[in-house]
Design a protein around this ligand. Structure first.
Ligand code: AMP
Ligand code: ZN
Length: 521
């Protein structure tokens, strides 16, 4: 029995790789189905003999408890950015000063999430996210559901490879349509959708979402002598690599490629946010080495932000946790870098005054850092009779008078009892980088505050399961879960607590430095 299971797993994995990665299947769909069903039957009859790399893991749903941390054996690095031809020239000069003979490889910068795959004896043992580069999350179960990731390699290798996991545009559209129909919030862009999917606890959902990968790096020692050889080797091992790369001997060739890709960017079946230029020769890469943050032998050219015209319909003013009141414009919807945008930040009152932005104006909208939409400026000559934008004088949450300090660009509510501020402070306290209390988000905080159960962070720790059960929408299980998350947060480092308190000018970095020096609160 065991040997037949083994045999079927090996066979099916090989066929799947041929199908998904090499695009040349050697068996018919019917034959594959027959073998697959035989394996499912055998596994059902012998559940203790299901192999960790069985292809049945690719579809079957499993509910996970959470994700464990995974310490990367080889850290993941980030890339230095370039936003102009000049910055690319500067990069080239730094390289050529030491290595005049260097040549480059230009790859598409896929807009997804970095993943790291570790194989032992040719079998996938760990798939992890990048995290902070040295510690990521173990998401093996989810990555097994990404169909183009090989579960087994054609050789019993011990290797760690890196690449990008992304959601193709077609999957993204389908997923968002489904969410729209179910009344669920849509994903802002394919990258968020991919990130949300990989952090799913229900692996069945991952299998259905249609993620794909492009691998581009061997992190463990390699026999290859150039990046182009690395890509060929990854390809040979059954990984999906991106074929749209070029070798370039000079920066003008690099620039030609960038311009060519920029013009056909919208036709690609996936999102890219730039071009990565790497020194092709691995020996030169090694000589050039790394700065604290990034390799000296590579640079990411980022495409300029896309801009569109839209009309400002109205403006919402909201109060943040520090009392700062921020304006957000409601716009006529526009397509921007692959998503529909109908709201954009106006930053602050001084920005509005300086750019003389008015309701009813046609404005230029762009995505800052390609994520948050913002209003850039008014389009000249399209203004009718618009009046100067009314600026609130009272807090939209508590109605107390707003202050506009001379040395600040923002309006501020200075009422310490302002409900909006308190709720935002509570939310900040519970957020991921602070006390990380899963489940204590905007809507729950609002309910706790409005029912008078929680008025400050200390109250959070007085909550009982019974208190939570009073809240609308809470059941035994969800109340217990949140209660446990609150208790677990007591084990956090003092650094997270200090940051969570949200003292002005004490961010996560300052908290860390303070506690390194003073040890306890
Ligand atoms: P950034 O996140 O903007 O610092 O850019 C660095 C990230 O680009 C890396 O962590 C990778 O996840 C991603 N990336 C996408 N495509 C590539 C590629 N072809 N080569 C290297 N990194 C890439
Ligand atoms: Zn207020």
């Amino acid at each position: 029995m065991k040997t037949r299971i083994n045999e079927l797993v090996e066979l099916l994995n090989r066929y799947a790789d041929e199908y998904y990665c090499l695009d040349k299947p050697s068996v018919s769909d019917a034959e594959y189905d027959r073998l697959y069903r035989e394996l499912v039957e055998l596994e059902r009859a012998n559940p203790d003999q299901v192999l960790p790399h069985s292809p049945t893991h690719r579809v079957g749903g499993k509910i996970l408890d959470g994700f464990e941390k995974f310490t990367h054996l080889y850290p993941l690095y980030s890339l230095q950015d370039a936003f102009s031809q000049e910055e690319l020239e500067a990069f080239d000069q730094r390289v050529r000063k030491e290595f005049p003979q260097a040549t480059y490889i230009c790859e598409l910068k896929i807009d997804g999430l970095s993943i790291s795959l570790t194989y032992e004896a040719g079998r996938l043992v760990v798939g992890a996210t990048r995290g902070d580069g040295s510690v990521g999350e173990n998401i093996t179960e989810n990555l097994k559901r990404v169909k183009d990731i090989p579960l087994t390699l054609p050789e019993p290798l011990d290797i760690t490879v890196r690449g990008e996991c992304y959601m193709p545009k077609t999957s993204f559209e389908r997923v968002n349509l489904e969410r729209q129909e179910k009344g669920e919030p849509e994903f802002a862009n394919p990258r968020n959708a991919a990130a949300g999917t990989l952090r799913q606890l229900d692996t069945g959902v991952v299998a259905k979402r249609g993620l794909s990968t492009f691998l581009y790096q061997e992190a463990s020692p390699t026999d290859a002598s150039s990046q182009s050889q690395v890509l060929a080797e990854l390809d040979r091992l059954g990984f999906t690599t991106n074929r749209d790369y070029v070798l370039a001997g000079s920066m003008s060739e690099v620039w030609n490629f960038i311009e060519k890709v920029a013009s056909k960017r919208n036709e690609l079946p996936y999102e890219i946010d730039g071009i990565v230029i790497k020194v092709n020769d691995l020996a030169i890469q090694e000589e050039l080495g790394f700065t604290v943050k990034a390799p000296r032998w590579a640079v990411a050219y980022k495409f300029p932000a896309e801009e569109k015209e839209a009309e400002i319909l109205s403006v919402d003013w909201t109060v943040g946790r520090t009392g700062v009141v921020t304006p957000t414009a409601n716009l006529t919807p526009v397509q921007l870098a692959g998503t529909t945008v109908s709201r954009a930040t106006l930053h602050n009152v001084d920005y509005i005054a300086e750019k003389d932005i008015r309701i009813g104006d046609t404005v230029i909208v762009y995505k800052a850092g390609d994520i948050i939409p913002a209003v850039l400026r008014v389009v000249e000559g399209k203004r009718d009779q618009q009046e100067v934008m009314p600026i609130p004088t009272a807090c939209p949450s508590c109605d107390s008078p707003l202050m506009h300090y001379e040395d600040e660009v923002a309006l501020r509510c200075i009422n310490p009892h302002c409900p909006s501020q308190i709720m935002n402070r509570l939310e900040h306290f519970a957020s991921r980088d602070a006390m990380n209390i899963a489940g204590l988000g905007t809507s729950i905080v609002e309910k706790l505050f409005k029912t008078d159960l929680v008025k400050d962070v200390a109250d959070i720790y007085k909550l009982s399961v019974d208190d939570l059960l009073q809240l609308e929408g809470f059941k035994e299980k969800s109340a217990e879960k949140l209660y446990q998350a609150i208790q677990a947060s007591k084990e956090n480092s003092a650094e997270k607590l200090l940051f969570g308190l949200g003292i002005r000018h004490v961010g996560s970095k300052a908290s860390k430095i303070l506690l390194e020096k003073f040890v306890s609160l």
